[in-house]
Design a protein around this ligand. Structure first.
Ligand code: B3K
Ligand code: ZN
Length: 885
């Protein structure tokens, strides 16, 4: 819990460690309530930084200290000092190298924060990133102190038959009193945040993998016995990821063993501990009848992400936590490309940009806006953000776009060669890109330091006589907290010019001699205002700017409805083609929003969207997942972000109106398409089947909007007959969001069928929490008392409280403030259990400035109430107080 004044940590205050470590030897005597940890450290004074009598300061929290020894001699209590956050040894030996032995006691059962060593359904497991190791033993808990670890685990044979830690298993044996031991050695020096141990009754799926150079690696996935039949997809994904990293980056796995353990209680998705990844069950377990296609895709992505960290994160780690995006941005970029190479590239890009534009842009425009490399924090766990991860990945992607694939690869090769085994900075990464290619990226570096989403204004002026188009490009980045003045950024602007026949013109800039060949060019936008003049254009083209979403900016480029429909039909860039449809739909919905706000009876929606959809529905498509996205309206969050003052009711009603109108007008086409693609299938995860199901279920969602006996029958039939989760949950969604007479019975039947599968029950909670009908808050409140609900299980909290507050805008933002009070209550309650989860939950309240005065006042009341709560954690305090500032 929080000190009187939580301390802010600044990047500018970074200093190298005064003490470094040689070998680290850990011994754990495991017990649910009384675990003993003995840590033996070979400590080396760093002569370059440490004053001769510098005290040795080790981090530690919530530990009971039992003894301290130096070079075998017990230290009397007057020779060290214990504070709530550290162990200080003022008279550390004057010699260069000495041995320190510290024994501590911890209580995993009492650890509901799920950081350090804790209990998940009887299994002991750890989570150390960012600063959880200090809850296990006293240690220099900072990523730039790296050491080889050996770990001896001792525990009860019945409760902990499986004992795992990082590296290779080197020995094991029996002890009396039904106890046993296993010794692990990890030869690769690592920071303590990558340490892990697991003890429990687990079963394992094992397979082999042969690396490109012919080394055999054992792959193991550990789960509870009843989940053993749900590990196949994770295992295949791991093997795909290992092969992909060899091919795309020339990176092989380095140990003989790679283990993944799935745990039901986990604060986030997964953790890349060296050789022993610990995963949220949600990102491992999948069987076609329990997991949807979206789950399969997420599992593949997260398994890949954690695997890729072995090089980008573990072999080369971060110097300090401000550099978090060095590993996260780069690894997200790598996992995005991995997924893109295995599914539809266009669909993957659209999904990633959707997340960025709805959620990261909001973060960048809100009170917690920070740079990809933040310059200060109170609680580092609050900085595992969309900005550090997703915008960080966009920054790496821009380097890839600017340099091209080959030169980017030269840059990563140099980065791996130069920094293997080191803890480095974002700047080191950019420097490797520069040095490998003889380029200069000084201005580009601002992307790491400057917060906020730049706005890009593009205007085209066509001169028919000259057959030329002058493009004026302006950039402006709005101020963010603590950064009132922004410098221009280096923005790669991928551009195409589409001729009236729907084909791209070859692009030639004035003054260039060589014949134009390229139909997409990447323009270097570096100044506040710049002009580009394209020549050789016989007719006025339609501008297709920011192709592939080549930079994380808000693009302002005006197109008429006709031009948008034209791009939606013809743009050769699949991202922009989809985006033209999104812009068209958003503008049409926003027109209705205005009418609703003015109190008018809304007219019919503009027909352009209907015409465009009708055309798309009757064309032949190879990529059905892509067509499904083309036919999906922009989300309420996306539309809201385009408004000056968000009116959640008007946005919801206008969007529903458009959706219903489309469903009515296209009923025949949607029904035909539904039946053409509906199969009674067990749900194999392959691109064709996934595309078919995606498209079919988009059709079903439209038809369900009609809320008629026919649509009810269609949903119920699919729900009852479904043999795969994608179809079952899609049909149940249609039922739950309508006046279906079988609504309650279907929910009960689903619960009955799946009560033994925690991850499916999470879906059951989430579906009810995101229902857009009125009265949802009341049912959410009732669900809090359901025997399957548990505030100590993060997945459950996210599926009920999180889903309602983050994914149900019309109900959460009820004008009477009931949704806000509901969230306030839960943040306060969760704060005492799990500060990280509590802090994440505050996020919808941070956006209060975007709403009307009445809602602003109600949200602020909750933020104030939260910030003033006695015993508030630094995690929650930082988010609430910065939001109010
Ligand atoms: N590195 C971890 C995240 C740890 C979060 C700590 N609060 C997972 C990942 O990004 O791969
Ligand atoms: Zn990561």
């Amino acid at each position: 819990m929080r000190d009187a004044t939580p301390q802010t940590i600044y990047l500018k205050d970074y200093t190298p460690p005064e003490y470094r470590l040689g070998q680290v030897e850990l011994t754990f005597n495991l017990d649910e309530e009384d675990t003993r940890v003995i840590s033996r450290l070979r400590v080396q004074k760093n002569p370059e930084t440490a004053a001769p009598n510098a005290p040795l300061v080790l981090d530690g929290e919530d530990l009971e200290l039992i003894s301290v020894r130096i070079n075998g001699q017990a230290l009397p209590p007057d020779q060290y000092e214990v504070t709530p956050e550290s162990l200080i040894i003022p008279g550390a030996p004057k010699v260069e190298v000495f041995n320190l032995e510290v024994e501590t006691r911890i209580n995993p059962r009492a650890n509901t924060a799920l950081e350090g060593l804790y209990l998940s359904s009887g299994m002991l497991c750890t989570q150390c990133e960012a600063q959880g190791f200090r809850k296990i033993t006293y240690f220099p808990d900072r990523p730039d102190v790296m050491a080889p670890f050996s770990t001896l685990l001792i525990g009860d044979k019945t409760r902990y038959p499986v004992l795992l830690s990082n590296g290779n298993k080197v020995a094991s044996g029996e002890l009396k009193n039904n106890r046993h031991w296993v010794k692990w050695e990890d030869p690769f020096p690592k920071p303590c945040y990558l340490f892990a141990l697991v003890g429990g009754r687990l079963e394992c799926l094992e397979e082999k993998y042969t690396t490109g150079s012919g080394r055999e690696v054992t792959l193991q996935i550990y789960v509870e016995a009843h989940d053993l039949d749900k590990c196949g997809h994770a295992m295949r994904s791991l093997q795909q990821a290992m092969r992909w990293d060899e091919q795309a980056y020339g990176r092989e796995y380095d140990l003989d063993l790679y283990m993944i353990v799935a745990v039901g209680h986990f604060n986030m998705g997964a953790m890349e501990n060296k050789g022993l990844n610990i995963f949220n069950t949600k990102f491992v377990l999948a069987r076609p009848d329990t997991a949807s296609d979206a789950d399969y895709e997420h599992i593949q992505g997260v398994i890949g992400h954690e695997y890729f960290h072995n090089w980008t994160g573990n072999r080369i780690t971060c110097r300090d936590w401000f550099q978090l995006s060095l590993k996260e941005g780069l690894t997200v970029f790598r996992d995005q490309e991995f997924t893109a190479d295995h599914v539809s590239r266009a669909v993957k890009r659209i999904e990633d940009v959707n997340l960025l534009r709805t959620r990261q842009f909001a973060e960048d425009a809100g009170p917690l806006a920070h740079a990809v490399r933040p310059d200060s924090y109170i609680e580092i766990n609050n900085f595992y953000t969309l900005t550090v991860y997703e915008k960080g990945a966009e920054v790496v992607r821009m380097l890839h776009t600017l340099l091209g694939a080959e030169r980017f690869r030269k840059g990563t090769d140099l980065y791996f060669e130069r920094h293997d085994g080191q803890a480095v900075t974002c700047d080191d990464f950019v420097r490797a890109m520069e040095d490998a290619n003889g380029v200069e990226l000084q201005q580009f570096r601002r992307w790491y330091a400057q917060a906020g989403t730049p706005e890009l204004f593009v205007v085209g002026d066509y001169d028919a006589a000259e057959r030329a188009l002058t493009l004026t490009v302006k950039q402006h980045c709005p101020p963010t907290p603590g950064q009132s003045v922004k410098e221009p950024l280096h923005i790669p602007l991928a551009l195409g010019l589409v001729g009236p026949d729907g084909n791209d013109y070859p692009l030639r800039l004035e003054g260039e001699d060589e014949p134009a060949t390229k139909s997409t060019r990447v323009l270097d936008v570096t100044a506040t205002q710049q002009r580009f003049r394209f020549v050789g254009l016989p007719e006025k083209p339609v501008i297709s700017a920011l192709r592939g979403f080549s930079a994380p900016v808000r693009l302002h480029l005006h197109h008429s409805y006709e031009e948008l429909a034209f791009l939606l039909a013809h743009d050769s860039d699949p991202f922009n083609r989809w985006d033209a449809g999104q812009t068209l739909a958003s503008r049409i919905v926003l027109n209705l929003v205005e009418q609703l706000i003015e109190g008018e009876q809304p007219h019919k929606a503009d027909p352009h969207l209907l015409q465009a959809y009708r055309k798309a529905l009757t064309q032949d498509w190879d990529d059905l997942s892509y067509l499904a996205l083309l036919l999906t309206l922009p989300s309420e969050d996306y539309i809201s972000a385009l408004m000056k003052v968000i009116d959640p009711d008007a946005v919801h009603n206008a969007r529903q109106l458009v959706k219903r109108e489309l469903a009515q007008a296209l009923r025949a086409e949607l029904t035909a398409l539904y039946h053409a693609h509906h199969r009674d299938e067990s749900g194999r995860f392959d691109a064709d089947a996934v595309g078919r199901r995606k498209l079919k279920n988009v059709c079903l969602a439209y038809l369900a909007e009609l809320d008629t006996p026919e649509s009810h029958a269609l949903c119920l039939k699919q729900f009852r007959e479904a043999r795969n989760m994608t179809d079952q949950i899609a049909a149940l969604g249609g039922i739950v969001n309508s006046t279906h007479p079988e609504r309650a019975a279907s929910l009960d039947a689903f619960y009955e069928q799946w009560q033994g599968e925690a991850l499916v029950i999470d879906k059951w909670f989430a579906l009810q929490a995101t229902c857009h009908l009125t009265g949802t808050l009341t049912s959410v409140q009732a669900l809090l008392n359901h025997p399957a609900f548990d505030l100590k299980t993060p997945n459950r909290v996210r599926s009920l409280v999180g889903a309602f507050c983050q994914s149900n805008p019309v109900n959460f933002h009820a004008a009477d403030g009931a949704g806000y009070r509901f969230l306030g209550d839960h943040v306060i309650e969760l704060n005492a259990i799990n500060p990280q989860i509590a802090s994440r939950m505050v996020s919808p309240l941070t956006q209060w400035r975007r709403y009307d005065d009445g809602r602003q006042k109600l949200i602020r009341e909750q933020l104030r109430r939260i910030a003033d709560t006695a015993g508030i954690s630094k995690d929650v305090y930082e988010v609430a107080s910065k939001s109010l500032a």
